[in-house]
Design a protein around this ligand. Structure first.
Ligand SMILES: Cc1cn([C@H]2C[C@H](O)[C@@H](COP(=O)(O)OP(=O)(O)OP(=O)(O)O)O2)c(=O)[nH]c1=O
Length: 201
């Protein structure tokens, strides 16, 4: 039986993983993340790998931690619009700017996921990403300011949460909804099945 460790502080990721029946422990990654690419797919893959590795190293440091059958999961989400990568907003002004840019248009949400699978005393790395197109109706400046005042955007890539009040402006999506919220759980289950693993058993 695998021992799953989620390397994330995101409550959304926890909920999504629980929702599909995976039992896991949470150990958020701590360390400085570094980007070496400007391509969103590569960025999220790279960051998800770094997050998973920070947590894996922390597990190795723990006394009496049995690493056998451990699987560490790390994830990272960014929004991509016209060649620009949008992460979490630095402040409210940045959030307003991002939403003003995204409203009335279609952008992409990328989530990268890394699995670190403990095998024969080493970590086997498996990384993938999922992309979802998201379209917004036109949104006025006043509506954007009202939403930003709620603080909901501040901990979210692209400055919005599809699952919250901003849902009022979502015209449609193409692809996996859960990927936008931060973890493409169906793809995760599919990938682990391909590796001969059962995360839910
Ligand atoms: C676009 C979008 C993002 N998000 C969230 C998902 C992620 O939690 C967050 C992007 O930040 P991330 O850096 O991917 O993750 P995090 O810092 O929240 O958590 P951790 O690194 O510990 O795993 O934005 C939503 O909740 N809804 C949305 O619609």
């Amino acid at each position: 039986m695998k021992k799953i460790v989620l390397a994330s502080a995101s409550p959304r990721r926890r909920e999504l993983l629980s929702q599909v029946g995976v039992v896991f422990e949470v150990k958020p990654a701590s360390g400085e993340e570094r980007i070496t690419s400007a391509e969103p797919a590569k960025v999220v893959e790279e960051l998800s790998r770094q997050k998973a590795m920070f947590t894996a190293y922390a597990l190795e440091e723990e006394e009496n931690r049995d690493l056998r059958d451990v699987v560490v999961i790390g994830a990272d989400t960014v929004v991509s619009y016209e060649g620009k990568i949008l992460g979490k907003p630095a402040d409210e002004t940045a959030a307003i700017e991002m939403l003003a840019m995204l409203q009335g248009n279609t952008h992409q949400v990328y989530t990268g996921v890394t699995l670190l699978i403990r095998e024969k005393g080493r970590w086997k790395v498996h990384t993938f990403h999922e992309c979802t197109d998201v379209s917004f109706y036109p949104v006025t400046e006043e509506e954007i300011k009202e939403y930003v005042n709620s603080k909901d955007p501040m901990d979210k890539a692209g400055s919005y949460g599809i699952q919250g009040a901003w849902g009022a402006y979502v015209k449609g999506i193409r692809g996996d909804y859960n990927n936008v919220v931060g973890l493409p759980v169906a793809r995760l289950i599919y990938e682990t099945k391909k590796l001969g693993m059962n995360l839910r058993g």
